[in-house]
Design a protein around this ligand. Structure first.
Ligand SMILES: [Zn+2]
Length: 253
């Protein structure tokens, strides 16, 4: 199963760009969770650097990505300019414009353009910590300017298309088929918590016992699940193994 880290930019005491009371950290979190949900529906193992309004330094975010041992790291932001309203469009930042990050950036950009944003292209930003310190291919998506009325309208009115654009750009880079509908997957759920630390505790326990566990954040709950199976029989046999280890389980789609 492919694994992707989604980083919602800024958070907590760091609002990012602010324009007319609108804060980049909130837009980034909404979009990050929406992108992650779509990827989960396609069977990607998603982890987040944050799922609530908390602060971590860019270095800590990069380390969370490295610890997750993921295939891709995608940081989600919104842009701003000293001259509000003067510029609009989306762009994707990379450490260097080559290899998988360059491909991922272009796969995302072309779809963001289809979702309504002017495509400002791919920009090299070797000094950004989340791009420089991550060990996996990483990009930083600027989903339009927060100080552009035009871009905010696209962000708000085409929110689903914007989230889909980023998710599909990621899926294409991972080599997943995005033409088909998300396939029906059976997942074995072992727990669901409002509090992420309980979910992480259970995740660690399952990993220690050798199960391929992961967390899906959905409807306000951190759902700890094991495997994503196309075939119900396989989900049932995973459930049987988990129950032998004393876990409480049920199968969800
Ligand atoms: Zn930002």
């Amino acid at each position: 199963m492919a694994k992707v880290v989604i980083d919602a930019g800024h958070g907590g005491k760091d609002p990012g760009a602010v324009y007319n009371g609108r804060q980049e950290k909130d837009d980034a979190l909404d979009l990050a969770l929406a992108v992650g949900k779509i990827l989960s529906d396609y069977g990607v193992d998603v982890s987040y650097t944050r799922t609530s309004d908390v602060y971590n330094t860019p270095y800590e975010k990069a380390m969370m990505g490295n610890n997750a041992d993921a295939d891709l790291f995608v940081s989600i932001h919104r842009n701003a300019t000293p001259n509000p309203g003067a510029i609009n469009g989306s762009e994707t930042l990379v450490y260097a414009d080559r290899g998988i990050p360059a491909q991922l950036a272009r796969n995302i950009n072309k779809r963001l353009e289809a979702a309504g944003f002017l495509d400002r292209g791919v920009t090299e930003r070797p000094n950004l910590v989340v791009l420089r310190r991550t060990r996996m291919p990483a990009v930083l998506v600027e989903a339009g300017f927060i100080d552009s009325g035009k871009d905010n309208q696209i962000f708000d009115q085409n929110f689903k298309e914007v989230a889909n654009a980023i998710a599909e750009g990621i899926l294409e880079t991972l080599g997943e088929d995005t033409d088909s509908q998300p396939q029906q997957l059976y997942r074995v759920q072992v727990g669901a918590y409002r509090n992420s630390s309980y979910a992480n505790q259970l995740l660690r326990q399952l990993e220690q016992d050798g199960f391929p566990a992961f967390i899906v954040f959905e409807d306000g709950y951190y759902r700890v699940q094991v495997g994503a199976f196309r075939n119900l029989d396989n989900a049932v046999s995973m459930e049987r193994r988990l129950r032998q280890w004393g876990y409480d389980t049920y199968i969800t789609t």
